[in-house]
Ligand binder design. Structure first.
Ligand code: URP
Ligand code: ZN
Ligand code: ZN
Length: 460
C-alpha cells in the first residue's frame, strides 16, 4: 500500500521545501518533485498546505489512578483525540504508586494500551519507590525498550520519592543510559502551606496556587539539578511553569548539568485567574504546578522562542468537572489535579506561536515533535520527514479557523480548559506509519493500529 502526498510544503525542524512525499508500506521512501504515483497508490493533493512530521506529545496521562479517582480517557479515546489534533505519538507516564508493584504496573499499562491505541506510544516509567527490588525491576523495564524514567518530587507517600531514592534512581539511570524526567516541586513545603491555608479557612480552588508558589517549584528544580550533577545522570524537567523555575533550570545548565526543559500548553496560554473563577468553576484549572501569572507565561514564550525550552507537551490529565473536580469542594487539596489537552496542543501552539509571530515554523516543529524524538530515543524514526523514517505525516491546512469547544472534542472529558479560544489551522490528513488515520480533520482509521515504541538506551 502506498501514499503519495503531492504539492505540499514540507517543513521539518531544519528544512523547508515544496516537494512530494512517497510512503510505501510504513515508511517514507522518496521525497522529490513531480514524483510519479506507483500503481494503486493513494494520491493526496496538499496544494496550499504544510506537510509536517507527526507531532509527539512527550507528557500524557491516559490511565492515571490519582487522588482517589481515575483519569477519564481510555487509550482509544486519548489516541483518537491525539490524532485529530495532529499528534501521532504520545509518551504516557506509566505511573503505579509507591504501594504498587512496579512490574505489575508496567504490565498493566502495556495491556491497557495494546490493541486500543490508534497512534504510536511509549512510556516514561515512574519510579515511585527505589530499593533493590525496584532496581532489578527497572532493569527489566529498560531491557524491554522503555528507556526513560519519571520521578515525582511532589505527591509524597503516593508517587513521590525521598532523597535516598532519588539518588538511587538517578545512579541507576546513569548506569543504564536512561533519561529521567521529573515533576519538580518541594513536597514537604507544599504540605505545610496547604495545612496553613486550610487552617485559615482558605479552601477554594484559588488557594491551590498559593499552596505551591513559584519558590516551591524553583526549589524543586534546583534540587533535581543538584542530584543530576552529583550522579551524572541526564534529566528533563516536566511542565516547568514559571520564570523562577526557568532561572533555576538555566543556571543548572550553565554549570554543565544535562537538563532538558518541557513546558506544557496550559502554562503557556492560561494564567492563575482561571482557577479564581467563582462557584468552584476554577477547579477545572487546578493542576500542578499551578497556572501562574501572565508575566510567567511571557517568560516561557521568550525562552521557547530563544530555543532554551526543548519541548511543548500537554500533561494531558482528564478529570471531569462534573463528577471528579467536585471531590475537592470545601478542600482544594482534594481537587484531582490536571487539565486535558492532548487534542488541542498543536493547534494552540501553531496559533499562539506561529500565527502570532512568536515562533517560526521550524521552532514549532522542533518543540512539538523533533526535540522529543531526539531526547527520548525515537529519532530519526519519528520527529522528521526523511527517507527511511516512519510515514507519520500531518497535512496541515493553515487556512482553517475554529473555536475550541468541549461540545465537539474527541477526548472523553466533560470540559476543555481552552474553551472558546480561537485557533488557526487544522490537521486535515494524518498518517501513522503510512496508514491514513485522519481525513478532513476526523478520525477515520484503525482504532488499534498504534504500536508500543521500543527504544534503545543512550550512553552519552
Ligand atoms: O496536575 C497535574 N499535573 N496532574 C497530572 C499529574 C502530574 O503531576 O503530572
Ligand atoms: Zn507532574
Ligand atoms: Zn503529568
Amino acid at each position: 500500500m502506498s501514499l503519495l502526498i503531492k504539492n505540499g510544503e514540507i517543513v521539518t525542524a531544519d528544512g523547508r521545501a515544496h516537494a512530494d512525499v512517497l510512503c510505501e508500506g510504513e515508511t517514507v521512501t522518496r521525497i522529490g518533485t513531480n514524483l510519479e504515483a506507483p500503481t494503486g497508490a493513494r494520491v493526496i493533493d496538499a496544494t496550499g498546505k504544510y506537510v509536517f512530521p507527526g507531532f509527539i506529545d512527550p507528557h500524557v496521562h491516559v490511565h492515571l489512578p490519582f487522588m482517589g479517582t481515575f483519569s477519564k480517557d481510555t487509550h482509544a479515546t486519548a489516541s483518537q483525540a491525539a490524532l485529530v489534533g495532529g499528534t501521532t505519538t504520545f509518551i504516557e507516564m506509566c505511573a503505579p504508586s509507591r504501594h504498587d508493584d512496579l512490574l505489575e504496573g508496567y504490565a498493566q499499562w502495556k495491556e491497557m494500551a495494546e490493541g486500543q491505541s490508534a497512534c504510536d506510544y511509549a512510556f516514561h516509567m515512574a519510579v515511585p519507590r527505589f530499593d533493590d527490588r525496584a532496581a532489578a525491576q527497572l532493569r527489566e523495564v529498560v531491557a524491554d525498550g522503555t528507556t526513560s524514567f519519571k520521578v515525582f518530587l511532589a505527591y509524597k507517600d503516593f508517587f513521590g520519592v525521598d532523597d535516598d531514592e532519588l539518588f538511587g534512581a538517578l545512579t541507576l539511570a546513569r548506569e543504564l543510559g536512561v533519561i529521567t524526567t521529573a515533576h519538580a516541586e518541594n513536597a514537604d513545603l507544599i504540605a505545610k502551606l496547604q495545612a496553613r491555608l486550610l487552617a485559615e479557612g482558605k479552601t477554594g480552588p484559588e488557594w491551590h496556587e498559593p499552596s505551591r508558589p513559584v519558590s516551591v517549584e524553583a526549589d524543586g528544580v534546583h534540587h533535581f539539578a543538584t542530584f543530576l550533577e552529583a550522579t551524572g545522570a541526564r534529566g528533563y524537567v516536566v511542565h516547568l511553569s514559571c520564570a523562577a523555575a526557568l532561572d533555576a533550570a538555566l543556571a543548572a545548565r550553565r554549570r554543565g548539568v544535562s537538563l532538558a526543559i518541557e513546558v506544557v500548553a496550559p502554562h503557556l496560554l492560561l494564567d492563575a485567574s482561571y482557577a479564581e473563577r467563582p462557584d468552584f468553576e476554577g477547579a477545572k484549572w487546578v493542576m500542578s504546578p499551578p497556572l501562574r501569572t501572565k508575566a510567567d507565561a511571557r517568560a516561557l514564550w521568550h525562552a521557547l522562542q530563544a530555543g532554551l525550552i526543548d519541548t511543548v507537551g500537554t500533561d494531558h490529565a482528564p478529570f471531569d468537572a462534573g463528577e471528579q473536580k467536585v471531590m475537592g469542594k470545601g478542600d482544594f487539596t482534594k481537587i484531582p489535579n490536571g487539565i486535558p489537552g492532548i487534542e488541542e496542543r498543536v493547534k494552540l501552539l501553531y496559533t499562539y506561536g506561529v500565527s502570532r509571530g512568536k515562533l517560526d515554523l521550524h521552532r514549532f516543529v522542533a518543540s512539538a515533535s523533533t526535540n522529543a524524538a531526539k531526547l527520548f530515543g525515537l529519532f530519526p524514526r519519528k520527529g522528521t520527514i526523511a527517507v527511511g523514517a516512519d510515514a507519520d505525516l500531518v497535512v496541515w491546512d493553515p487556512a482553517q479557523r475554529s473555536i475550541i469547544s468541549a461540545a465537539d472534542h474527541v477526548m472523553n472529558v466533560d470540559y476543555s480548559g481552552f474553551e472558546g479560544m480561537e485557533v488557526d489551522g487544522r490537521a486535515d490528513l494524518v498518517s501513522v506509519r503510512g496508514v491514513v488515520q485522519v481525513e478532513d480533520g476526523r478520525f477515520v482509521g484503525a482504532p488499534g493500529r498504534g504500536q508500543l515504541l521500543r527504544r534503545e538506551p543512550e550512553h552519552v
